[in-house]
Design a protein around this ligand. Sequence first.
Ligand SMILES: [Zn+2]
Length: 569
Amino acid sequence: MLYSDLFGKTRHNPPCDADSINAKLLTQAGFIEKLAAGIYNLLPLGYRVFNKINKIIEEEMNAVGGQRLLMPALHPIDIWKVTGRDRTMDDILYRTHASGDKEFVFGPSHEETVTPLACKYIQSYKDLPLSVYQIQTKFRDEPRAKSGLLRGREFGMKDMYSFHVSEEDLDEYYEEVKQAYLNVYERCDLKTHVIEASGGPFSDKFSHEFSVETPIGEDTVIVCEKCGTAQNLEIAEGKVVDPDEKEEKELPLEEVDVERGFSVEDNAKAHNVPEYKILKSVVYNVEDEGLVGVVIRGDLNVSVVKLENYLKKRLRSASPEELEKMGLVQGYISPVNIPKNIKISFIGDHSIKNVKNFVTGANAHAKDYKNVNLARDFVVKDFTDLVEVKSGFECAKCDKPLKEIQAVEVGNIFKLGTKYSEAFELNYTDKDGKAKLVVMGCYGIGNTRLMGTIVEVYHDEKGMIWPLGVAPYHVHIVSLGNDKSVTDKSMKLYEDLKDSGVEALYDDRDESPGVKLNDADLIGIPLRLIVSKRTLENDSVEWKERSSDKVSDVKFADLAGKVKKFINK
Ligand SMILES: [Zn+2]
């Protein structure tokens, strides 16, 4: 491609509303152009990257037997009513009316489409297993469309659905797809953390997320660098490091007057103790149950999802009004000597077991207890793991310190079981002639998000640094100066490379060397070849890889072989 012909050029300055590196660099380099918040045009350079990502995905999905098809983006609302997701996903559904009264939604996902489709073709066990996928545009009414291609309202997605005779067959296939996903990310040069996911008591536990570490990521992931375990913050398990209190003796309980704020920090300051010495009580309003308290070490936080999983109920923090109604004094709640008329039970996090002489509220305004000890001064209904893990905790598997990272989710896979086949009566006849429900799995990769993530990971202050496998072109030829020998030779080099199957972009513009070299860095094609009067005197080109600072001259005679080797490395 001649750069002078290319639609979508670099801009001098990044767009002023770009809120992320990917939005800034992709727009400035002429890969994407925003139409509205979360809605982007893919320009020819961006579309080339998009297609390369899709080709990788297609090859890997085909390798696990996936058959590519294309389903409609516009869905009659009726199919969403069958599963009830017209209500549960209402906040993100784009709805529209066709002529007449018929309501449609723009599909954010395709379980409601693929399952009735499968009903038409799956009759017997002989039709199974089956796996189909599409690469398609999805729509989500995202209240906070942001971060360029990372969180869009209209975005690209590969979604695959598999159909099986049994859970065992699904399990086996699920592992194959998991590996195929890892292959996709590896071919995009992305290192992913595989996270066993659970979104609380109302989602199934049979899912995995693939996450890439990057500071802009909205997910907090707890990782162990030693054994590679990665967990979602909400449900992460880890060992709290206990303070060394072997020598400490239990002191007599004391009630003291205090003037302090409500935070643990204020509390620790007022009593001149470390924060872990504060016995923190947090009260929740639990569905169908009323108020439930949790006691935990002051320097730690409660994981609401862990508590929901433990209680198997939905919950939220109790409001000040609810506490007051119950007779509890906000900021001074504790399980110690709680008035008999207040009916509230406390659950203990394991972290409180190995600390002596806690400080905690005395259930009255401006009064605290000092030297509070478990068993002697208070009891809890039960102990369980309710702590939100953070950096410094020890890995439950290998004892090494855990680390918190920010990450972007670039894919997820689910064992759906029979949830959708039940809703749409997707049955098959087994060998004994009995009708059984088909077991399903689904597997998603956001391909536009993947493109944004690659830029977030691969860039420097000058621009993008595309991994070879997804780069819009392999080679960026830059001619410096207007000398005819230079432009002729550059054009010949471009034609020769093209003829040998190398994807080349040739910057043939009459621009200053500074502009051309800055643009080459911004666009980020893996290999830059400069032709100038100087290099021609030496019968060579200047070779520079975008990912390295090294510059060298390569003779024209050696160039073809060296370029081939670079591309196929
Ligand atoms: Zn570990």
